[in-house]
Design a protein around this ligand. Structure first.
Ligand SMILES: Cc1ncc(COP(=O)(O)O)c(C=O)c1O
Length: 368
């Protein structure tokens, strides 16, 4: 990861910290590698744009071969639709409350829109929202594969698909999210197996009621390595575009594949074995724990032991070099997705640190 520090050293006079720095060559490799994995296994790649919320990065993913995008909420979908993305899957059990029904109807007019459902109430509400054109909206039934988040029991997927069809919506398949694969290295493989079993049951359940599952959609960066083609038609990885410390710890990426870090300046160093950085929870978000810390400095063993809003407490293990006040260090977040919410733009460079562009975080602030 020292290459992050090298790029930063070249760039440093041109940025104000804290700032999210993207190494575009590393990111591009990540994008292309995921496409190759898709090609090898015969599934489509539909990246989750919540990780970057950036139109330019979405365009690069589509240019590399992604079939479309996954969005996490209606606002995100609207931002990307307005930028010309015309194939969007809202992989979330949508409830079209308030103005959302009308917004979904409008989105479905301009894009091929698929939405997740896991209950009959939402199906009825979506059909009502679509007025006399329910067939514009494609439905993908969410099933739970062990993450115990959202998703119906897989064997009931057919009932939901049938309910959607009866209301004139178009059921096209099933999806699941193997979120329980994020806890340990072993958990990744087990969650991928759970995912396959759940999707197999769900596809059969649709077939039993006469609905063909054209879409069989699977997660997620940590489990991709154990995901096989055949039944599964598409994957929805998000974090892979940048990766982070969590994925490194899980063995889902190497340190060299990390494409985003937060540049932070050492601003105070009075306490022994600690320096203070100008990146706190308002820059890094508060993902972490006392045991793991809240992010680490690339190329060192130093981790952020504590965060205040604007202060990062960088604990220095014995023998670790103490960065002096004024020096700028690359902080790799534990979980990259919440970090981008805190910034209006990315500073985009490459591993040499010589080029510099600024890309807006277009869907920042679109939270519903
Ligand atoms: C429904 C769904 N699909 C895909 C993803 C992408 O997962 P990851 O960012 O781990 O690749 C997520 C992440 O939360 C998700 O909730």
């Amino acid at each position: 990861m020292n290459r992050l520090q090298r790029a930063l050293d070249t760039l440093v006079e041109r940025v104000s910290t804290p700032a999210p720095i993207v190494l575009v060559d590393v990111m591009q490799d990540n994008i292309e590698r995921m496409q190759r994995i898709g090609e090898q296994h015969g599934f489509d790649v539909r990246p989750h744009v919540k990780t970057h919320k950036c139109v330019e990065i979405g365009r690069r993913q589509v240019k590399a071969g992604a079939v479309g995008i996954t969005a996490g909420n209606v606002g995100e979908a609207e931002v990307f639709a307005a930028a010309g993305f015309d194939d969007i899957f809202l992989a979330y059990p949508i409830w079209p409350a308030g103005a959302k029904g009308e917004r979904i109807r409008r989105l479905a007019e301009s894009t091929r829109l698929r939405v997740g459902v896991d209950n009959v109430g939402a199906i009825d509400a979506l059909a009502d929202a679509m007025g006399d054109e329910p067939d514009r909206l494609q439905i993908v039934v969410e099933v739970d594969c062990g993450a115990r988040r959202s998703g119906a029991p897989p064997a009931l997927a057919g009932d939901l698909a049938l309910a959607a069809r009866k209301r004139g919506l178009v059921p096209v398949g099933v999806f699941t999210y193997p979120g329980h694969g994020c806890t340990s290295r072993d958990a990744r493989q087990r969650a991928a197996q759970d995912q396959l079993e759940a999707l197999t049951t769900a596809v059969r359940s649709l077939a039993d009621v006469g609905v063909t599952a054209e879409v069989v959609s699977a997660g997620s960066t940590p489990t991709i390595e154990f995901t096989t083609g055949g039944l599964i038609t598409e994957i929805r990885p998000g974090e892979y575009v940048f990766y982070d410390l969590n994925n490194t710890r899980l063995g889902a990426c190497t340190e060299d594949q990390i494409a985003l870090f937060v540049a932070a300046t050492v601003v105070s160093d009075w306490v022994p074995d600690q320096v203070i950085l100008d990146a706190g929870s308002k820059a890094l978000s508060r993902e972490g724990s006392l045991e793991r810390g809240f992010g680490g400095v690339a190329g060192t063993r130093a981790v952020l032991a504590k965060l205040n809003e604007y202060h990062g407490f960088l604990a220095l293990p014995a023998g670790e070099l103490r960065p002096s006040v004024g020096s700028v260090v690359p902080v790799v977040p534990n979980h990259v997705c919440p970090v981008v919410l805190n910034f209006e733009e990315y500073i985009v460079t490459d591993s040499t640190g010589t080029s510099l562009q600024r890309w807006p975080v277009d869907a920042r602030g679109f939270l519903n």
